[in-house]
Design a protein around this ligand. Structure first.
Ligand code: NAG
Length: 370
């Protein structure tokens, strides 16, 4: 039996495609970070080249706040980008946390309870959401899917350089500006709101830091007398990986009150070890640390047992000698021998698809005891 499709296995079973409905005066967030239950998100409900007013209706369906809805309606391409960015962030979160006790369950109740707290996981959700939105939008601009933006504009360099900016760069600048406005500022200035916004900014900064200049040579037989260069975003997996690392080294912060303004500020109660490794935060009076660290306010639960934050790890599939001990929380694991059918002996066919056979193999499956 032949199966002639690209292997996007992990994608197909994760097409649990959720989007949040948002609103409420204090939340100007989007992506995985709304407080309302996730509602089912139909993918590709709008044809790319649709003209007319269909997108206006679709923007209304997203239940954005007033400013966000206006921004969504400005460009017919935007509503699809918003939806795609949520999928991008969700899949990447689940990919990065596939070996952890908290596996980025996005089921409404658990997720919204995590968002009410200031855990490391909360910070990751904010960062991956803003990063996903910038990434999706910057790519959409350079792929001509938007009316209001195109390729990255080249910086003015005059004729001093032997090479030129050209090609079509990902439009980080447009995307960054849009997302900053879209996610906006929270009116309420308590510690949680400050930390959420900081983490959201970390997602944007990680994208900015990852911009790469790519060049192509021209000239007689590739002599490279002329080069054209453009800026490109790194693959989103790279962003996810970096944010996951920042999650692991997330800093716990506390609150202090600014004597002058009476507003909450972030104060860092760093451990000695952390202080030796890291530069102290510039300007202790700054409201938000100007660093790329993710921040959290309180310690996370263990995620071992069912709670309001996760379904627990009973029944979770684990990998022997890799993460069974850690994710089963010392309860041990069951071993089952299963027949697993999947694609195998795949070959690339001219041109351009992959052909696979279906094979059945015996496989040991490990799951955490309850
Ligand atoms: C996360 O783990 C739960 C069991 O604890 C499982 O039901 C769920 O499918 C997992 N989610 C993902 C995205 O792997």
């Amino acid at each position: 039996m032949l199966d002639g499709h690209l292997l996007l296995g992990w994608l197909s079973f994760t097409i649990i495609v959720y989007l949040l409905s948002l609103p409420g005066p204090t939340t100007a967030y989007f992506g995985l970070t709304g407080n309302e239950p996730l509602s089912l998100l139909p993918l590709n409900s709008l044809p790319e080249d649709s003209v007319g007013r269909a997108h206006l209706k679709l923007c209304d369906q997203l239940k954005l706040d007033k400013k966000q809805r206006r921004m969504c309606r400005r460009d017919p391409g935007m509503v699809n980008i918003l939806k795609e960015s949520v999928i991008l962030s969700a899949l990447e979160c689940q990919h990065q946390f596939r070996f952890e006790r908290w596996n980025c369950t996005l089921e409404g109740r658990h997720r919204s309870n995590i968002l009410k707290r200031g855990f490391k996981e909360t910070g990751f959700l904010y960062a991956i959401s803003s990063a996903g939105l910038i990434h999706a939008l910057a790519k959409a601009c350079s792929a001509s899917r938007m009316e209001r933006c195109t390729c990255d504009e080249a910086p003015y360099l005059g004729n001093r350089e032997a090479w030129q900016w050209g090609g079509c760069g990902d439009n980080f600048k447009f995307a960054n500006k849009f997302v900053k406005e879209f996610l906006g500022k929270r009116s309420n200035k308590d510690l949680r709101a400050l930390v959420d916004m900081h983490n959201s900014n970390v997602g944007m900064k990680v994208i900015k830091a990852g911009l790469e200049t790519t060049c192509k040579c021209h000239g007689v037989s590739g002599s490279c007398t002329v080069r054209t260069c453009w800026r490109q975003l790194p693959p989103f997996h790279e962003i996810g990986k970096q944010l996951k690392q920042r999650y692991e080294t997330s800093f716990k912060v506390g609150s202090s009150t600014n004597e002058a303004t009476g507003e909450a500020e972030i104060s860092t109660g760093r451990s000695q070890q952390q202080q030796q490794q890291q530069q102290p935060l510039p300007g202790s009076s700054a409201q938000i640390p100007r660093t790329m660290d993710l921040l959290h306010i309180e310690d996370s639960p263990s995620f071992c047992k069912p709670s309001k934050y996760s379904p627990g790890t009973a029944g979770r599939k684990c990998y022997k000698d890799k993460n069974c001990d850690a994710i089963c929380c010392g309860r041990g694991h069951n071993t089952q021998s299963k027949e697993v059918t999947g694609p195998c002996q795949c070959q690339v066919r001219w041109c351009c698809y992959v052909e696979c056979k279906q094979c059945t193999q015996r496989e040991e499956v490990y799951t955490c005891k309850g």
